[in-house]
Design a protein around this ligand. Structure first.
Ligand code: AIR
Length: 188
């Protein structure tokens, strides 16, 4: 018998269940958590592996209904079967983040994740950091279909992003490329 699954807020409802294949995925996936926090969306994070803890993963998937989960985000590297495994066991939308676990730069995870057979969709975002952020935004977009307040927050978020780019462009025009890059410091 595997140990009983512990959850962070077992009494509370959770809108988004985030599942990572290993704790080594957490540094990148904190971006997902941060973005969901920014939108005030209830979420929790579990480390569960399709390969290493298959029974506990199934147990957690079975709890989605009573926990009120509406969207699942699954992140894994290497031979990443996590999202596909979850999608096969639920009709909730499953958003997958392929991660770079070393070796093939995340291409291994991307291909394992994105090439699902017809009938079991997995909504796959970009590899790594951008994907971690976009998974959260995509989850918010899904939830916003039934929550006008979230839709308004998404619109405001887009406006802030555009204003940020405009501010940078204004500074670039004022300083010139060399000075702008020097002031900005180290590359991303
Ligand atoms: N992984 C864990 N179980 C199945 C897979 N594919 C992934 C994790 C992590 C990578 O394997 O999601 O990205 C390496 O895990 P670890 O624990 O060795 O660092």
């Amino acid at each position: 018998m595997p140990p009983k699954l512990k959850t962070q807020n077992s009494k509370l409802k959770t809108d988004v269940a985030i599942i990572v294949g290993s704790d080594s995925d957490l540094p990148v996936m904190t971006r997902t958590v941060e973005a969901l926090k920014e939108f005030g969306v209830a979420h929790e994070v579990q480390v569960l592996s399709a390969h290493r803890t298959p029974q506990q993963l199934e147990e957690y998937i079975a709890s989605f209904g009573r926990r009120g989960v509406k969207v699942v985000i699954a992140a894994a590297g290497a031979a990443a079967h996590l999202a596909g495994k979850i999608a096969s066991a639920t009709t909730l939308p499953v958003i997958a983040v392929p991660l770079d676990a070393g070796g093939l730069g995340g291409l291994d995870a991307l291909l394992s994740t994105v090439q699902m057979p017809g009938g079991i969709p997995v909504l796959t975002v970009a590899i790594g950091k951008a994907g971690a952020t976009n998974a959260a935004l995509a989850a918010v977009e899904i939830l916003a279909l039934g929550r006008p307040q979230l839709a308004r927050k998404l619109a405001a978020h887009r406006k802030r992003m555009a204003a940020d780019v405009t501010r940078k462009n204004t500074a670039l025009q004022r300083l010139g490329v060399e000075e702008y890059v020097r002031k900005k410091g180290s590359p991303r």
